[in-house]
Design a protein around this ligand. Structure first.
Ligand code: NAI
Length: 339
């Protein structure tokens, strides 16, 4: 006897469902600072990511609204909002990836280091909670100054006996996104095909785009490379000034943050050859933390890749960024151990 069409359809539905839940593992992603300028669009983009099964949105206030709004989108993940410190434990428990855009943004005239004291304290508190409630999570640090907040997080985790250098990342993806966009504009190539590694740190001259390694190659003249380098380094300031007192990059940052978190999730899920630039513990230079290409895997960092061949201009840039980056790293370490 032939089975009815409706039975066949419902069996197909169940088969599809069980296949898809087996094929894509459950992954909880927590966004800390989810009600902010970056946090809201980042939460939206993470809701669109089919690799996420549970999306946990935490902030000191405002998250129930953001969570209710985002939760109506008909994609895979279940969304929960948590507001206030007494809900932080629940927000974090079981998280595979924790993205941190919590803190205050830069205003015109402020440098990233001006933000230091406020954001350093916020990052310290949130990292201590991660050490307690989800010590195995991959941490994606967006809060600035990244050159200092990553070393702060490392110190806090070390003190709690939970530090794993493979699981802590400073998100520098926005520098890569900008370098790709600006390069494509000048080289007149398809932006979707462009690759540009960006190394060093994540503030001013510590951001070192390696246009000599950019693909597709375009043989741009030196003055254009110099201008592209400067524009990439000053990309944050360009947005801060254009927003004229209404914050810093939020939409492009949310895109970059979502891209990096997606790469982390793919790595965790065993997708091969996932490579992104990130500010991590490193032995690529004499500095303890440095941004370069990183291969992501099931445990976070699988391999920190070297710098490759640098042009003379990039070699000079590398030497001149080291003292500033070193000072920012030391400032973070000192803060974590003093306060
Ligand atoms: P925002 O002020 O719009 O949002 C920050 C959010 O963090 C607010 O909702 C606030 O309530 C929340 N927050 C404050 N203390 C918190 C705590 N203890 N726990 C949880 N949430 C807390 O700022 P915006 O524009 O979203 O920027 C956030 C951070 O990202 C800033 O530090 C900014 O400098 C940084 N940033 C980083 C970039 C990067 O490339 N890595 C690029 C652009 C900004």
């Amino acid at each position: 006897m032939r089975p009815s069409v409706s039975l066949v359809r419902s069996v197909q539905r169940v088969t599809r469902r069980s296949y898809s839940s087996e094929a894509v593992p459950e992954r909880k992603v927590a966004v800390l600072g989810a009600a902010g300028g970056i946090g809201q669009p980042l939460s939206l983009l993470m809701k669109l990511n089919p690799l996420v099964s549970h999306l946990s949105l935490y902030d000191i206030a405002g998250t129930p609204g953001v969570a209710a709004d985002v939760s109506h989108i008909n994609t895979r993940s279940e969304v929960k909002g948590y507001a206030g410190e007494d809900q932080l434990a629940q927000a974090l428990e079981g998280a595979d990836v924790v993205i941190i855009p919590a803190g205050v943004p830069r205003k015109p005239g402020m440098t990233r280091d001006d933000l230091f004291n406020i954001n350093a304290g916020i990052v310290k508190g949130l990292t201590a909670a991660i050490a307690k409630y989800c010590p195995n999570a991959l941490i994606n640090m967006i809060s600035n100054p990244v050159n200092s907040t990553v070393p702060i997080a490392a110190e806090v985790l070390k003190k709690a006996g939970k530090y794993d250098d493979k699981r802590l990342f400073g998100v520098t993806t926005l520098d890569v996104v900008r370098a790709k966009t600006f390069y494509a504009g000048k080289a007149n190539v398809n932006v979707a095909e462009v690759n540009v590694p960006v190394v060093g740190g994540h503030a001013g001259i510590t951001i070192l785009p390696l246009f000599s390694q950019a693909t597709p190659t375009a043989n741009l003249p030196h003055d254009v490379i110099k201008a592209l380098t400067k524009r990439t380094q000053d990309g944050g300031t360009e947005v801060v000034e254009a927003k004229a007192g209404k914050g810093s990059a939020t939409l492009s940052m949310a895109y970059a943050g979502a891209l990096f978190a997606d790469a982390c999730l793919k790595g965790l899920n065993g997708v091969p050859d996932v490579v992104e630039c990130s500010f991590v513990q490193s032995s690529v230079t004499e500095l303890p933390f440095f941004a370069s290409k990183v291969r992501l895997g099931r445990n976070g960092v699988e391999e920190v890749l070297g710098l490759g061949n640098l042009s003379d201009f990039e070699k000079e840039g590398l030497e001149s960024l080291k003292p500033e980056l070193k000072a920012s790293i030391e400032k973070g370490i000192k803060f974590a151990n003093q306060n």
